[in-house]
Design a protein around this ligand. Structure first.
Ligand code: HEC
Length: 311
């Protein structure tokens, strides 16, 4: 039983490792979203949002929610005017994009990369689509930083806030405010703790992980009754192409009813269970074999069967 568990654990770890279904949650403390404006042609100002929430799904869909009432212009009255006139008291805006999660998972700690992302900003019922080059750094095993590589320019007209900006100009008696707004973002995401493995990869991939040479030796325990060439049945059925096959279905071999009717599909998992305890796993089958008890034997054997007849 110990062996069985271990072998299954190894097999599932191998299957799951390259593509963990990772989801990530934005850490508001380390994140920062800012935009700039220039008034009267000469006075540049930076505004930012302190209220950010966000999440990235295992499929790479990222959504950041911006609490528009959290806008910080460093002047109270201006904050109020922004919320009321530019953001039309919309509450929240959302920023959605999609990341290639293979790229994210593939980054080792300390590594960085740049990716092209297409993002959509939804603000008061208007969607603005824009391209942004994003810089990505894996800070730790469980933390990534995503930031704009350059600044991104958004047009106030596209964002549907031109009238609001007109109103600001009027209220502050300003001759002009630029209608193209540079935006920069620094987003920190922490990996969620509960990570469910994605659907297992095809078993053929998982099976190549044992040691084929060692598996060949293990097969000596089977070869008295099993051959590997197709349709060559002896005491037991040929094991040609056994991985992925349904139990008890080889043409020309007379199986016992329990095995033939078991409906078992031979995968790393089911073979591991069967070979460690043939009689306990499929009671009443007629394979006269006590089972393999040594750690690693089964994984190696499966690798050998795979390489020999399915590679
Ligand atoms: C003493 C003979 C004997 C030995 C040794 C033996 N088997 Fe079998 N094996 C059989 C027989 C007979 C069957 C058919 C059982 C039935 O029909 O109930 C069988 C069935 C199987 C099946 C199911 C095949 C199918 O088509 O569904 C697998 C898999 C299998 N054996 C693998 C092995 C492996 C791997 C070993 C060595 C670790 C091994 N066996 C050792 C006799 C043996």
């Amino acid at each position: 039983m110990k062996l069985l568990l271990k072998a299954v654990t190894i097999a599932s770890a191998i299957v799951a490792a390259p593509a963990l279904a990772e989801s990530w949650t934005l850490a508001p403390a380390g994140s920062h979203l800012a935009y700039g404006s220039i008034k009267k042609d000469t006075v540049g100002e930076v505004n930012s949002f302190t209220g950010l929430r966000g999440h990235v799904t295992p499929g790479g869909k990222a959504e950041v929610e911006i609490d528009l009432s959290s806008v910080e212009t460093n002047i109270d009255i201006r904050n109020k005017r922004m919320i009321e006139h530019v953001f039309s008291k919309a509450g929240t805006a959302s920023l959605t994009t999609k990341f290639d999660m293979a790229e994210v998972s593939g980054l080792s700690v300390g590594e960085t990369t740049t990716v092209d992302a297409q993002a959509v900003l939804s603000l008061s019922g208007t969607d603005v689509t824009f391209d942004a080059e994003m810089f990505m750094a894996r800070l730790t095993e469980t933390q990534v930083k995503v930031s704009t590589n350059d600044m991104v320019f958004l047009s106030t007209e596209d964002a549907g806030v031109n009238a609001g900006v007109d109103k600001l100009m009027e209220l502050a008696s300003l001759p002009g405010i630029t209608r193209t707004v540079p935006v920069t973002a620094r987003l920190i995401f922490n990996r969620d703790e509960e990570q469910a493995p994605v659907a297992p990869a095809p078993i053929a991939v998982a099976a190549v992980t044992g040691d084929v040479k060692a598996g060949k030796k293990v097969f000596r325990k089977c070869s008295a009754c099993h051959k590997l060439d197709e349709d060559h049945h002896t005491v037991g059925p040929s094991l040609h192409g056994i991985i992925g096959a349904t139990a008890g279905q080889s043409d020309g071999f007379r199986y016992s009813a329990p095995l033939q009717k078991s409906g078992v599909v031979w995968t790393t998992e089911t073979l591991t269970a069967f070979l460690s305890d043939p009689r306990g796993t499929i009671p009443g089958n007629k394979m006269q074999f006590p089972g393999l008890k040594k750690d690693g034997d089964i994984a190696n054997l499966i690798a050998y069967l795979q390489a020999e007849t399915q590679g």
